[in-house]
Design a binder for this molecule. Structure first.
Ligand SMILES: [Zn+2]
Length: 462
């Protein structure tokens, strides 16, 4: 009896142990089916946010460098959080520093210097108005580290911190293996893995991700998970599939209402803009905007009954919809200065078209129909035998006061006033306060000298 009792106790203990082991193995290999109630994480609630709303939540900073040695067009978002902004800036600074070091070290090689460029542009996406992802597109020309790269980062604007993948998933839920399996099967579906290749094998390879609505998107640099001939790869997975073992929450009643942004009403252009009645005509052009300062320039132009041309950078346009609309309703001309201030001579014809088309579409959407007709190539770099690009006439300039290097109101103003003659096209950059101040002096002085200020369009019609 004693032995039997011992034996049955032993078998119960064994059975319990086996069940415990099996359960723990199952728990480790599969994401838990039920939310872990001991975890008091508040979770992240999904709310669709349109691109228009996102742009209204943020602003954009563009650092453009005109030095012949290393032309640089760098754009990045500015958020409501100072801490987040510092982290964004630190990423951008590291890219700039790397570029400058590369260019300096390879400056002996003239073939590098002649096409050198750093360009950084970005796309925004989000899970809700707090959890925002930035996908940086870094293009560097010149030196050994030439190339294209995508760098994604996600921030919690409310919590003011950068988010890692692990911040979104329940610890011990086995989400790592789940994601790796999903990514691998997607790469197999994309036919970029052969039978022997595994794709990403560690969660460390999944850190370049962004949240795009109710999807998570992973980016893989060429050669990192598949043959480099397939280039940059990406995999999207619906976040709803991970709802039980992540902190993503979907209140499907609330999110079924899609927040479709309202279309902008069309801006009415004045039929034939009246300008002052000077006998000589001159066209002021402003590059790289719009900026906050642009409103000040528009005020000055109104004051002198002057018209001007704004060569806008496409990625800035959606951040200043009212300024863009005011340009059109006041009878000014909007020109195309590419989408991300790219050197056109470093691009393929298809990429050039994309830079111009995206800008034209951004302006058209915000104005309800205005499409820029003229193009000004950034840095003036392009084949000067070409008169039109994609059917758009190229407009350069005849008077350049060099406002970028001078940064001096009087010198900028005098540089224009002393050289101005009938039919001239003047280049200025309105993000410089000194150029805005100089604009006032130029308007006053040249009006007195009998000039009228016209758009490039009006000048060409002459
Ligand atoms: Zn420019």
């Amino acid at each position: 009896m004693k032995d039997r009792k011992k034996w049955s106790v032993f078998s119960i203990v064994m059975a319990v142990a086996v069940v415990a082991i099996v359960l723990s193995v199952v728990m480790m290999s599969l994401p838990t089916a039920q939310p872990d109630l001991s975890d008091d994480h508040a979770g992240y609630s999904y709310r669709p946010v349109s691109q228009q709303e996102l742009a209204q939540m943020m602003s954009i900073q563009s650092d453009i460098h005109y030095g012949e040695a290393y032309p640089m067009g760098v754009s990045y978002p500015v958020t409501s959080s100072q801490t987040v902004n510092e982290q964004i800036k630190s990423f951008v600074d590291s890219q700039v520093e790397q570029f400058q070091t590369t260019i300096v070290s390879s400056s002996a090689d003239e073939s590098v210097g002649s096409s050198a460029e750093l360009n950084i542009d970005y796309q925004l996406s989000c899970f809700n108005e707090d959890i925002v992802s930035i996908l940086f597109h870094v293009q560097q020309n010149g030196g050994d580290s030439s190339g294209d790269g995508l760098a994604a980062m996600t921030f919690d604007l409310n919590g003011e911190k950068r988010m890692n993948l692990s911040d979104f998933f329940r610890e011990g839920s086995g989400y790592e293996q789940y994601l790796l399996d999903k990514v691998q099967s997607s790469l197999r579906d994309q036919k970029v893995l052969d039978k022997k290749e595994k794709g990403p094998v560690s969660v460390d390879q999944l850190q370049n991700f962004m949240l795009d609505g109710d999807q998570i998107v992973f980016y893989f640099s060429p050669g990192s998970v598949a043959d480099s001939s397939y280039g940059q790869l990406e995999v999207s997975i619906p976040l709803r599939l991970m709802h039980s073992f992540s902190y993503f929450q979907f209140d499907d009643a609330g999110t079924s209402v899609s927040s479709q942004p309202e279309a902008y009403p069309a801006v009415t252009q004045p039929e034939s803009p009246q300008t002052s009645t000077g006998t000589k005509q001159i066209a002021l052009t402003f590059d790289d905007g719009p900026y906050k300062n642009t409103e000040k320039v528009l005020d000055l132009l109104d004051q002198y009954n002057a018209k001007a041309t704004f060569f806008v950078v496409g990625n800035r346009v959606e951040y200043f919809p009212e300024t863009i609309r005011r340009m059109v309703s006041s009878g000014h001309c909007i020109g195309n200065h590419t989408y991300s201030h790219k050197r056109l001579d470093n691009l393929s014809p298809a990429q050039v078209s994309q830079q111009l088309t995206k800008t034209n579409e951004a302006v058209k959407e915000i104005t309800g129909g205005y499409v820029p007709q003229y193009v000004r190539p950034p840095y003036g770099f392009y084949d000067h035998n070409i008169k039109t690009i994609d059917g758009m006439p190229v407009i350069l300039w005849t008077v350049d006061p060099g406002d970028w290097s001078l940064k001096n109101t009087q010198k900028i103003a005098q540089g224009v006033i002393q050289n101005a003659k009938d039919g001239d096209i003047v280049i200025l950059h309105e993000q410089l306060t000194q150029s805005v101040e100089a604009t006032e002096i130029i308007l006053q002085e040249l009006t007195n000298q009998g000039f009228s200020f016209v758009t490039v369009d009006q000048l060409m019609d002459k």
